[in-house]
Design a protein around this ligand. Structure first.
Ligand code: MRU
Ligand code: ZN
Length: 206
């Protein structure tokens, strides 16, 4: 195993323990990846418990999402990862989670996107320097056909080069960053904003 692969594998395993511990990757849900080279991505295999990942629970895929390792099945959502690495060469890690708050908020949102504004924590996202900004998060309808879902995500990415993440309705969150630490910070920031938004809505409904 190369030093890069070993290092990235450990980063993914650690991320899984953290995200499962926070309750954001329950019941084998979620998938995680990191860029190995310009042509290959290290990704979780399908169906494993994400709090108990081992070195063997990761595999390399090419940028078309094809497995490069016999006997291992890549995540069912591989294409949603590889499309992000193809979209921006600076992306080094992608995390997909299934928190309760992401699931509930995405179901409450009847429009095509959520907009966060006036939260100081927006500055946790790459490129944002003030609360006086807007973070728009698109919400795509869920689809078991991942090719079709990826095809609906792509035009949004192409027309929103500053997009920092998206929700899939009733399903979960995708976000990305230059490295695993950036991406974990964005997951935490999203989860904070989702919880604030749900609390605000609950109080306003009284
Ligand atoms: C346990 S249900 C969640 C899955 O359907 C899927 O959405 C998911 O996130 C994990 O799929 P996986 O194939 O293990 O990467
Ligand atoms: Zn999922």
């Amino acid at each position: 195993m190369t030093a890069t692969r070993e290092h990235l594998s450990q980063a993914i395993i650690n991320a899984g323990r953290f995200l499962y511990g926070r309750g954001w990757s329950p019941a084998t849900s979620s998938n995680y990846s990191a860029r190995l080279t310009s042509a290959e991505v290290l990704l979780t295999v399908s169906g494993k418990h994400k709090g108990e990942l081992g070195m063997d629970d990761l595999l390399a895929v090419d940028m078309a999402g094809q497995s490069l390792e016999e006997g291992k099945t890549p995540s069912a959502e591989t294409l949603l990862h590889t499309q992000l690495y193809r979209w921006k060469p600076e992306i080094g890690a992608v995390l997909h989670t299934h928190s309760v708050n992401a699931t509930v908020l995405s179901r409450l949102c009847l429009s095509d996107s959520l907009v966060f504004a006036d939260y100081e924590l927006q500055k946790a996202f790459r490129g944002i320097t003030t609360h006086e900004s807007q973070v728009e998060v698109p919400v795509f309808d869920n689809d078991q056909d991942i090719v079709r879902l990826a095809a609906r995500v792509q035009p949004w990415l192409d027309s929103h080069p500053d997009c920092v993440g998206y929700l899939i309705r009733g399903h979960g969150l995708y976000t990305w960053g230059q490295g695993m630490q950036d991406t974990l910070r964005q997951i935490e920031a999203f989860e904070f904003l989702f919880e604030c938004e749900l609390k605000m809505r609950a109080l306003q409904a009284r």
